[in-house]
Design a binder for this molecule. Sequence first.
Ligand code: HEC
Ligand code: HEC
Ligand code: HEC
Ligand code: HEC
Ligand code: HEC
Ligand code: HEC
Ligand code: HEC
Ligand code: HEC
Length: 494
Amino acid sequence: MNSITKIFTSSIHPASPLQFFSRLTLSAIILAFCSLANAGKVTLDKSEWGIEGGKECISCHKKSSKGLATQWEESAHGKAGMNCLDCHQADIADDDAITHEGEVIATIVSPKDCGRCHVTEYEQQKGSVHANAAVLIQNRIPALENIGGLAIVAGGCDQCHGSVVKVKGDGTLDPKTWPNSGIGRINPDGSKGSCTSCHGRHLFSKAQARDPGACMRCHSGPDSPDREIYEASKHGMHFMAQRDKMNLDSDQWRAGIDYSAAPTCVTCHMGAAGKIKPTHDVGMRNAWKLNTPVSEKHYLVVFEDGDKLNLPVSREAPERGSKMTKLDGSMGTVKAVASPERRRQAMSSVCLECHSKAFAKNFMTQFDDVVELYNEKFGKPAQAIMQALYSEKKLTPLAFDEPLEFTYWELWHDEGARARHGAAMASPNHTWWEGIYEVGRNFYTKFLPQVREAAGEELGNALIKKHVTDNEHHQWLKQPGKGNPILGYGLGGQ
Ligand code: HEC
Ligand code: HEC
Ligand code: HEC
Ligand code: HEC
Ligand code: HEC
Ligand code: HEC
Ligand code: HEC
Ligand code: HEC
């Protein structure tokens, strides 16, 4: 298998060799994130913003780009006396610095720039799955780009995941890599992400970011259909009917206290609830990885410098203080490790602000059961068969040059992800009709016939027997004395 094929059939979140074992408690983990003083508070002193050179910007920009100047004027920033240059200021040594009307500015205001005043949010966002969204897909782009083309990377992937922003010699930005407000964009100053992904500029409102609309732009469609799922769930139904009771512009926004009509995406993945503090790391409360050929639960490893790593439970958890390889390949010192159970506990405690313990626990059991069913009945057998076909050279190493590869990809990436997301977020339609039903239909009527075609009769039958006919979940196919009509050949156990 070459590297593209390997990435194509295996889970994307890489694991690294580990030396030691131990775990910290949830409270330690939560402390690790929340012990930063001034949570939610602006850390730079008021005397340091509203700089003189920035007062000139506004008169011109009220003419040349009036819309954005008005938004700035109405924003918390405008009201607090901050001006354009407080954000757009740059050092002449910066790659993307330009001289503009007598001032040195940069067009990009990176998370690091925002972090001058918003330390907590910056620190939390910095090591999150979101911040790594561009890094994580780098080795996947070639396989998908073959289907599309270079223009699709800039106009598609990068708009959601983020580009590696390139600066031309004169300090202006390369149109192949900008504009986009991708969630893991790699900025000229090395910082990752774009705070405007959720906080549209130049209003930078927290109310707007609490609205599910802030997430839906990226979290919709075949592989991450959270928009559709939310809208089809009871939570979405209540949100739509009672939006005016959601208190979205409240200073604090605690589930069950400041609002109770319905949870939004932010409530469950970022919001304050009970003892759980708000966080700009959306991945902390997730136990599973749902967008992989086979789902696995994951530890969350937190490094001294704030970087994080999701580590599948099939690997050993590292000990606090030990060294291990980080996502970017450099070595880091482990500060804390949260087990999947702890992450689940954090998520469940959000539910408890509006539901009973038994309700939340039973719901999670129903969800986990769907993930297990998907894994054991379809995910693992399909993955094992694909791996065998690659190692037997029945498929070329190149991804997406054979129909079976499209079928397999969609099995886990589209309908397979849809089923698992549906079960996680309570949309029965996506769990069954648009989820497992389609997985089953495509597995039996497309995947298996194409496997036989690619493998030939003998190997095809052997693989299907080993991974399907002998698998307890597929026993219903064993009708005595008959071939299987769906498949058009004998799968029977006689
Ligand atoms: C004399 C008028 C004038 C002043 C003063 C001025 N600008 Fe501009 N600025 C412009 C015009 C005109 C453009 C180009 C607009 C366009 O491309 O549509 C521009 C473009 C920009 C851009 C976009 C650059 C790009 O490559 O996309 C930024 C950012 C910007 N100005 C920020 C500032 C800041 C910050 C200040 C204050 C330090 C400032 N401007 C002062 C007139 C001005
Ligand atoms: C709170 C920080 C902040 C303030 C204050 C601010 N900007 Fe921006 N501005 C940004 C960010 C962030 C971007 C997005 C750049 C990127 O990352 O792609 C941006 C982008 C821009 C752009 C280019 C993008 C576009 O939509 O055309 C212009 C022009 C601009 N700002 C002008 C201004 C002007 C003029 C002011 C003052 C009226 C101002 N900005 C105030 C943060 C700020
Ligand atoms: C020079 C300091 C400074 C910088 C730089 C800065 N901010 Fe702010 N920010 C403030 C201040 C001051 C407030 C208002 C605080 C208040 O009202 O309590 C604020 C408020 C906010 C709010 C809350 C708005 C609301 O609806 O109440 C958000 C969100 C925010 N900033 C995001 C950003 C982002 C994103 C950036 C970078 C693009 C940024 N800020 C850059 C100082 C800054
Ligand atoms: C509409 C926004 C959007 C576009 C366009 C997009 N992605 Fe994604 N992608 C996402 C989101 C959201 C996730 C997170 C899925 C999850 O974990 O639920 C994701 C996940 C992924 C993953 C991780 C696991 C998986 O689902 O495969 C890879 C790899 C990936 N994308 C690659 C790409 C590449 C390469 C492109 C362009 C060819 C692309 N994406 C285009 C939004 C997008
Ligand atoms: C994934 C979406 C998302 C991204 C990306 C994002 N934010 Fe936020 N931000 C939110 C939400 C949602 C809230 C409101 C949280 C709450 O109170 O429940 C918020 C609130 C804030 C606040 C107000 C905090 C307070 O307590 O008043 C600031 C400041 C802020 N964000 C800054 C940033 C900065 C800086 C970045 C980039 C490093 C950033 N945000 C990136 C979604 C996002
Ligand atoms: C600009 C696009 C974009 C926006 C806006 C966005 N996301 Fe994401 N999100 C992504 C991408 C891309 C990934 C996949 C990242 C990866 O796997 O590294 C992702 C991953 C996630 C994950 C999965 C974390 C995990 O454990 O793997 C969650 C949960 C999530 N986002 C929630 C949210 C919420 C809540 C919001 C809105 C407040 C939001 N996102 C806004 C693009 C976006
Ligand atoms: C009622 C709480 C709740 C709401 C509301 C909610 N989610 Fe989720 N979400 C969950 C749970 C629970 C999981 C599965 C957690 C796990 O892995 O254990 C999940 C999983 C996810 C994942 C999958 C991450 C992965 O493993 O690949 C993404 C992405 C996501 N949610 C985004 C969103 C977005 C976007 C919205 C709003 C449109 C939203 N969620 C609304 C609770 C919620
Ligand atoms: C802010 C309050 C709030 C939070 C937090 C919340 N929910 Fe809900 N949930 C509701 C409301 C309101 C309903 C609708 C009840 C009804 O209409 O009968 C609901 C309904 C549901 C339903 C549908 C039940 C049915 O009767 O069909 C499920 C499942 C569910 N919630 C699971 C969860 C899970 C799991 C979590 C945590 C990850 C969670 N909820 C967090 C308020 C909340």
